[in-house]
Design a protein around this ligand. Structure first.
Ligand code: PLP
Length: 400
């Protein structure tokens, strides 16, 4: 008999964290490795945010706070939702948690029972299915391939909804594909959801601020106001403000759900870090102009990587609207033979070959439920990306 719970045995460690760690280990052993697996901006947290954290420490904001966030941060989040998304949340409709992952974890654990179904379009962010399974519910994965721009189609959603469907988990711009839905595409999905009033909607807007070519970001509760009462709009400090280590996520949603999240949090982590919350107040209320500057750099890198990968025979790389990932299709490499005589049968083999032969760490598509492909995070310097793409080209050229 195992000492481990059935619940913990239902889930896997995060593959993106595992590959990032493997690349770091190889690097520490002296190998020349370029890590393109980590999902975080290479930019530093803005100085004015750091200063606010230092001031908070000096002012003694170092004690327990309200479980679901300080009043100052909840007010800043309320203003953010109004400013950016035209959403009116009361303070009892806002929760603050230890990272966006924690927000999602809390919401799913607070609502799911065995037998419940959760619709997850694939390719998906790695943690969604595992959190659903930890809660004892069933992920219903809907394949959204390169042929449909990695986007969920309204008819596909409609066909997947059953009386057991508890949630749709929706993510735009997407990790891992960078695909973002237009307002018209959101409205078409919203129309389907309006016909199924028992379905809760989780809109994971983590990459809201990282969009290109003047893309007009919208979120489901805004585009389809009839969904407001059953939508959890998830966001956080990690990606836009380059604050991954500070661990602040937040959400707006129905008061009953926000209250349940707070109850769960009161018996687990208690409040998020008081200093990180003070820093996030500064981030949300401060000058947002740096976002534009950083996006310009991300956009340049996206264009560089898309061009170089599309110049590589066997790879097809769509140009994403947002986030800092590309998701090239590598069907053209499957079945090819490496110089050492191994056959590349899966995208995991392809990613392993890139790492072993050229020291480039990418994440295989199977980790995101979308094969054969791999994810590159281009949140790193242009020169490093150019080097990495050249190495990938070299690895591909050596295949027969
Ligand atoms: N949602 C998506 C789509 C993500 O990519 C991530 C982080 O990688 C998160 C949520 C969680 O972010 P955090 O680092 O704040 O937990």
């Amino acid at each position: 008999m195992s000492l481990l719970s059935a619940a913990i045995q239902r889930i896997n460690p995060s593959p993106t964290i595992a590959i990032t760690n493997k690349a770091a280990t190889l690097k520490a052993e002296g190998r020349d490795v370029i890590g393109l697996a980590a999902g975080e901006p290479d930019f530093d947290t803005p100085d004015f945010v750091k200063e606010a954290a230092i001031a908070a420490i000096r002012a003694g904001k170092t004690k327990y706070t309200a479980v679901d966030g300080t009043p100052e941060l909840k007010a800043a989040i309320q203003a953010k939702f109004k400013r950016d998304n035209n959403l009116d949340y009361g303070l009892d409709q806002i929760t603050v948690n230890a990272g966006g992952k924690h927000t999602i974890f809390n919401a799913l654990l607070a609502t799911l029972d065995a037998g419940d179904e959760v619709i997850i379009p694939a390719p998906y962010w790695v943690s969604y299915p595992d959190i659903v399974q930890l809660a004892g519910a069933t992920p219903v994965i809907l394949p959204c391939g390169i042929d449909q721009g990695f986007k969920l189609l309204p008819a596909q959603l409609d066909a997947a909804i059953t009386p057991k469907t508890k949630w749709l988990i929706f993510n735009s711009p997407s990790n891992p594909t960078g695909a973002a839905y237009t307002r018209a595409e959101l409205a078409a999905l919203g129309e389907v959801l309006l016909r199924h009033p028992h379905v809760l909607v989780m809109s994971d807007d983590m990459y809201e601020h990282i969009v290109y070519d003047d893309f007009d970001f919208g979120t489901l509760a805004e585009v389809t106001p009839g969904l407001f009462d059953r939508t959890l709009t998830v966001n956080g400090a990690s990606k836009a403000y380059a604050m991954t280590g500070w661990r602040i996520g937040f959400a707006g949603g129905p008061a009953w759900l926000i209250k349940a999240i707070s109850k769960l949090q009161s018996q687990s982590t208690s409040n998020p870090c008081s200093i990180s919350m003070a820093a996030t107040v500064a981030a949300l209320n401060g000058d947002q102009s740096f976002l534009k500057e950083r996006n310009a750099a991300f956009q340049r890198r996206r264009d560089l990587v898309v061009r170089m990968l599309n110049d590589t025979p066997g790879l097809i790389c769509p140009r994403p609207e947002g986030a800092f990932y590309v998701y090239p299709d590598c069907a053209g490499l499957i079945g090819k033979c490496t110089p050492s005589g191994a056959t590349l049968a899966t995208d995991e083999d392809v990613a392993g070959y890139f790492l072993e032969s050229q020291g480039v760490a990418v994440v295989h598509g199977a980790a995101f439920g979308g094969s054969p492909a791999f994810r590159i995070s281009y949140a790193t310097a242009d020169s490093v990306l150019e080097d990495a793409c050249r190495r990938i080209q070299k690895a591909v050229a050596a295949l027969s």
